[in-house]
Design a protein around this ligand. Structure first.
Ligand code: HEM
Length: 118
């Protein structure tokens, strides 16, 4: 199993000569790659010791960039530090929306006089 690394540990490696970065919940030690990065050293310094997924994706890196990344993989982000989308919350929003739509549909039907006959 891959080694689990906490965000706090990643944060300790936020220097240009000791540079870890999280991308899509995987941890990379890109210290040695810093000087070779076609996008410059500063860009990597900017995300040093933290989650750089957003920045990495925004640039629209090539598949080659992703291949390079694999070489620097050192472990997975600890489960406790992974932000999850809550399925419970999604279900609640879905139910609430469903109830509102049903309510409006009922009002519409009753106003048209098409409601249940007495
Ligand atoms: C740590 C993992 C990273 C790797 C392995 C990597 C690799 C590469 C590679 C191979 C390129 C050349 C173009 C391409 O193939 O897409 C590139 C370009 C670039 N990268 Fe990264 N990159 C990384 C992280 C980042 C981050 C976190 C940022 C922004 C904060 C960034 C900003 C850029 C920019 C702006 C370019 C464009 C350079 C240009 O076209 O002039 N990179 N990167």
């Amino acid at each position: 199993m891959a080694k689990e690394i906490s965000l706090a540990t990643v944060k300790e490696h936020n220097k240009s000569d000791d540079l870890w970065i999280v991308i899509e919940n995987k941890v990379y030690d890109v210290t040695k790659f810093r000087s070779e990065h076609p996008g410059g050293e500063d860009t990597l310094d900017y995300v040093a010791g933290r989650d750089g997924t957003k920045e990495f994706i925004e640039v629209g890196h090539s598949l080659e960039a992703r291949e390079i990344l694999k070489k620097f993989y050192i472990g997975d982000l600890a489960a406790a530090d992974i932000k999850k989308k809550s399925p419970v919350r999604c279900a609640h929003v879905g139910l609430a929306l469903g109830a509102i739509i049903l309510g409006f549909a009922l009002i519409y039907v009753i106003k048209r006089g098409g409601g249940p006959k007495q």
